[in-house]
Design a protein around this ligand. Structure first.
Ligand code: GLY
Length: 406
């Protein structure tokens, strides 16, 4: 009898374990293959960008910026974000080279021609490199090259050789003698290109000096960074370190950290200085291991905002970070590189989920929702932003290229 009881007991155990296993298999949704995530993201981004392109086609000089009161907000060429929509169209054209995407990429790129004369802002690199830069890379159009070279010389007028940095802003002169913001690292890609395209090594050296001095003065010991560092024009040393768009002077404003990560990863690609790779790796570690990084890997707008988790996200920071991490993963052929790639893949899965990716025809025809431009200025809070879409599409293409190589 005892033997029969034991047998029954054992077979019940085996059956229950098998049942549990089967029901776990049945209830656990299978993860969508990453290739399918990428194609779905590119499809939505293309559908949205074409709707946007048609909407603004006959509005002379207009470019998408964000969404305000539920409606599309536009700018002209002079807003720092003017190059992102044409740049996104070029990336989408690269992924799917249709005549329609090319027509719109050209139309919106050429709305920026006057940027080549701008000397009042450092953002010329963002504006021209994303638009004309991608257009030139994909078509070799010599007119695009001419605009870029003139624009790079306009940007170079903002470099002060005594300080060794490009001046970011001209406002607040009573407070900041020579303000440099971390975002300015992103303009260096344009100067590095111009240095190669013209053979003018002075342009290359400006970019390298800017990256070196930013590395020395913008970062804290934990590799988080300040938003604004202002330099004393006589001593050429920092006299103020503070924030403008973040929570506090000593906080880690999410997009600023993402610009820093992208900036040093890109400068390592461009200049091959080992110190830039080490800097990018340290920044990546700070971000990936941050205790306030949410489970879906889409940062809150500032890592030190005391309202976390009851505050808004900045999906643009996630898109910039994902794109940078994919590139950084390729410079680290080791476990750390794999960790960067896995992290970026998680960010792309989140951005391509219903929580952040708009359904076609909504979100004022931008792809990505829940970005924050300037919360302390009560501007662009929890909205779409053209640069989130640009870096999201860039990240999708980078991930697709990396996976195709594997
Ligand atoms: N470069 C300005 C910003 O990131 O908001």
């Amino acid at each position: 009898i005892l033997e029969r009881i034991m047998k029954n007991f054992l077979s019940t155990c085996v059956l229950s374990a098998a049942g549990l296993f089967l029901s776990a298999c049945a209830t656990q949704p299978k993860e969508e293959p990453i290739d399918s995530v990428i194609e779905r993201g590119l499809k939505t981004a293309t559908d949205q960008a074409l709707l946007m392109a048609k909407e603004l086609e006959n509005q002379d000089g207009k470019l998408p910026k964000s969404m305000k009161d539920g409606k599309l907000e536009v700018s002209d060429y002079s807003w720092w974000c003017s190059g992102f929509f044409p740049g996104e169209l070029w990336y989408l054209y690269e992924a799917n080279p249709t005549p329609e995407l090319k027509k719109y990429a050209e139309l919106y790129t050429e709305r920026l021609e006057k940027v080549k004369k701008i000397t009042y802002s450092h953002d010329v690199g963002f504006m021209l490199n994303c638009s004309y830069g991608n257009g030139y890379r994909l078509t070799g159009n010599p007119k695009y090259k001419d605009v870029m070279i003139e624009g790079a010389h306009s940007l170079a007028t903002r470099y002060n050789p005594h300080i060794g940095l490009i001046r970011s802003w001209d406002f607040n002169k009573q407070k900041w003698q020579y303000p440099v913001i971390i975002d300015n690292m992103m303009n260096l890609e344009f100067l590095m290109w111009a240095g190669r395209a013209t053979g003018d090594n002075a342009l290359t050296q400006m970019a390298i000096s800017h990256a070196d001095k930013t590395m020395a003065n913008h970062f804290r010991p934990d590799y988080s960074c300040y938003h604004v560092v202002s330099y004393d024009t006589i001593t050429a040393q920092p006299h103020i370190k503070q924030t403008h768009q973040g929570y506090a002077d000593e906080s880690a404003w999410a997009r600023g950290q993402a610009w820093a990560l992208y900036g040093y990863t890109m400068m390592y690609r461009e200049a091959k200085k080992q110190a830039y790779l080490e800097q990018a790796n340290h920044i990546a570690q700070f971000l990936m291991n941050h205790p306030n990084m949410p489970a879906d890997k889409i940062p809150y707008w500032d890592f030190d905002c005391p309202d976390i988790p009851n505050t808004v996200r900045d999906a643009s920071a996630a898109a910039i970070m994902a794109s940078a991490l994919i590139e950084l993963s390729q410079f680290n052929p080791n476990d750390f590189g794999k960790q960067c790639l896995t992290f970026a893949e998680q960010q792309i899965r989140s951005l391509t989920s219903l929580a952040y990716l708009a359904t076609t025809g909504t979100n004022a025809n931008f792809a990505i929702m829940h970005c924050t431009g300037h919360l302390p200025g009560n501007s662009e809070v929890d909205v779409p932003l053209s640069y989130a879409d640009y870096y999201y599409v860039e990240a999708l293409l980078r991930l697709r290229n990396v996976l195709n190589k594997q």
